[in-house]
Design a protein around this ligand. Structure first.
Ligand SMILES: NC(=O)c1ccc[n+]([C@@H]2O[C@H](COP(=O)([O-])OP(=O)(O)OC[C@H]3O[C@@H](n4cnc5c(N)ncnc54)[C@H](O)[C@@H]3O)[C@@H](O)[C@H]2O)c1
Length: 428
């Protein structure tokens, strides 16, 4: 296998061609390997084979075209096409169930597919974010299905992905990577393989450590955002601007407070803290509480809206509310777990009408003027660049009542003639 990696003759199968799997498959193909992408969504397979990406990401069109036209990347939904490969890289989704427990059904199904296709000596890499001890459990599942012995007859590694959408192709090359093997040889082999395109630092450890490391990273961010959000609540109580206070606190050399806002969204941050604590025996209060604080932020935005409506004696059931932004982060079209959607759900039954406008998301109002015409309040739920330089004096003329609720600290100076409330902006 080592020789195959060096000479790029090792055959690779990537399982799951989504936001992580497709860029990973492209990188290995463009590094000179023959890559077969296995994906259960037939329409995704067809699109990729015609050289078209089904996800939005800078540089992806050219890199995918290169990989497909060179003949080194082919997608399939036939498991026969991934039989006997040297390497299997699993990149399927690992979401939460309704009750916030991990849904590992996609992973288990992918592992079973791999177990039926692999050969003695194959290296299996799990890139998906998983609860601690999952890689060891999946190795046992493969042992049961194949009769092979993990660490002796096949290699297995957890290699977590740390890229950020919008910067995936840069970060795949320059981020540091961790390879958690079920044996040291497994980690060593995976490190050699990824060195074919990774220029960042690489580290080897065991699979449970690497699972925990990935989950710690996102939990660290989630808990710190929750702390900033709690500071925002306090700022409202004391009638001060939390952003001014945080900026001043951050002048301390050992303090780095995060940014408060209407909530935490995306595929990873809202779920990964749950994956970290789920297999543990005790109740890890801080991590769970942080999740609750962050999930509660759309309700703070709702409170601010209703307070503002009260000051103009407009009952909520008569109010037309325009939500600006549906994506979970600025200049992105990704609405997965978006707090903007949670805000809409929280208010839609209580107000006369909720309209949404997002320049990146289909199915919303066509323009900002459209959405604000006759509205009583504009609620900014996403920090898209477009929202940072709006001419509120002109837009205010379209509105029936001039209320702005800023959930993302987008409006620096509240415009004249508006009732303005923002999360963490207690002084206004
Ligand atoms: N998206 C990110 O920014 C990001 C960053 C770091 C880590 N991760 C982790 O990476 C993993 C994948 O995330 P994603 O955003 O790429 O998910 P995704 O939903 O975009 O892609 C997963 C793909 O796997 C396919 N799939 C599901 N079951 C399959 C099976 N049994 N066989 C073949 N294909 C199958 C799905 O159809 C889908 O196309 C998750 O565990 C996630 O937490 C994601």
């Amino acid at each position: 296998m080592e020789g195959g990696i060096e000479k790029r003759t090792a055959e690779i199968a990537v399982i799951g061609l989504g936001y992580i799997g497709l860029p990973t498959a492209i990188m290995f193909a463009n590094a000179g390997f023959n890559v077969t992408g296995y994906e259960i969504r037939k329409e995704v397979v067809d699109k990729i084979n015609s050289g078209e990406a089904h996800i939005v990401e800078p540089e992806i069109d050219e890199l995918l075209k290169n990989a497909v036209e060179s003949g080194r990347l082919r997608a399939t939904s036939d498991p026969e096409d991934i039989r006997g490969k040297d390497v299997y890289i699993i990149c399927v989704q690992t979401p939460l169930n309704e009750d916030k427990t991990p849904n590992l059904s996609y992973l288990e199904s992918a592992v079973k597919t791999v177990a039926k296709a692999m050969k003695r000596g194959s290296l299996i890499v799990i890139e998906s974010t998983v609860p601690p001890l999952t890689t060891v459990k999946m190795a046992k599942l493969i042992e049961e299905i194949t009769g092979l012995k993990a660490g002796e007859d096949f290699y297995m590694v957890h290699a977590p992905e740390r890229v950020m959408p919008g910067r995936i192709f840069k970060e795949l090359v320059y981020n540091s990577r961790i390879f958690g093997g079920i044996t040291p040889e497994s980690a060593e082999l995976a490190e050699k393989l990824y060195r074919s395109f990774v220029k960042g630092q690489t580290f080897k450890t065991n699979s449970t450590v690497s699972e925990v490391v990935k989950l710690m990273e996102n939990t660290f961010r989630d808990v710190n955002i929750a702390l900033a959000n709690e500071f925002a609540y306090l700022a409202h109580q004391y009638g001060i601007d939390a952003f001014e206070a945080i900026e001043l606190a951050n002048t301390h050399p050992r303090v780095k407070i995060h940014v408060p806002g209407i909530g935490v969204g995306g595929h990873c941050l809202p779920k990964d803290p749950h994956l970290l604590v789920w297999p543990a025996r005790d109740d890890f209060g801080l991590i769970r509480l942080a999740r609750e604080v962050n999930d509660g932020m759309p309700l703070l935005a709702k409170d601010l809206l209703f307070e503002a409506l009260k000051t103009v004696n407009l009952p909520p059931e008569k109010a037309v509310v325009a939500v600006l932004g549906l994506a979970y982060k600025g200049d992105s079209d990704d609405t997965r777990n978006s707090p903007a959607k949670a805000f809409v759900e929280a208010v839609e039954e209580d107000v006369a009408e909720v309209r949404t406008y997002d320049p990146f998301v289909e199915g919303t109002h066509g323009s900002i003027e459209d959405v604000l015409e006759g509205a009583d309040a504009a609620v900014i739920a996403t920090d898209h660049s477009e929202f940072k330089s709006l001419n509120w004096e002109e837009l205010g003329k379209l509105m029936r009542t001039r209320i702005i609720i800023d959930g993302r600290h987008v409006v620096e100076m509240p415009p004249e003639g508006f009732i303005f409330k923002g999360i963490g902006r207690g002084e206004y």
